[in-house]
Design a protein around this ligand. Sequence first.
Ligand code: URA
Length: 253
Amino acid sequence: MRLDKFLTHTGTLTRKQASAAAKAGKLCVNGMIVKRSDTHIDPERDEITYNGDIISYQKYTYIMLNKPSGVVSATNDPDQKTVIDLLPETLQKIHLFPCGRLDKDTLGLVILTNDGASAHNQLSPKKHAEKEYMFHCLRPLTPHACEQLEQGVFLSDGYKTKPCKIKIEQPTKGIITLTEGKYHQIKRMFETIDNQILLLERISFAGIALDPSLPRGAWRPLSSEEEATFTKNSGITNESLKHEIGSKIEFEE
Ligand code: URA
């Protein structure tokens, strides 16, 4: 693999920055300064440093983002700000995509990755991955309405939602846990009980909690524990995934 590719792949530098860093003597391979960013390296064996810091090889990247309102969960959009636009330039170039979608006005946890197989696995309906959302609604939730939502309700298109869990914290505030993700699901569920969602924030996804110290609009890499949770039991490789459904991977929640 070329050194500049390695550096863009790990989200360290853009190709242009890598070339400049090499010329400035800031890049070393196994302790030796390399002046050309097209130098061939073995990412599994060679030790690469930039400004003296070791850049560890990662095949895939996993990012936790605290999505603000007004940003769409897409990789590109001609008119609107996307979750990818919230990342630095280096991370915008490594083909990350959001694992599942949140509405434009929904806040909170979005995991971005370029590991299609693990994302596919987490989003698979068979996996029943839990997604927790904090909600504020317009009218107080009665125990009867809560029970209806928990047992499953018929949405306007005739789909019956799967059983879910609701924890009421205040009359118009609580936490709802779903194991599926249909389009505008929570908003549409609340419409069936003559209520309305005023605010929605995803606070966890598949056992990974939104970091409370992460400001709105900010991101950080997943920790190694979170990464292990996300990639666990994928049971499918990225190669077989490509073979199965082509290079375009659709994740429609
Ligand atoms: N349900 C919704 O209605 N919107 C979201 O963004 C997520 C779940």
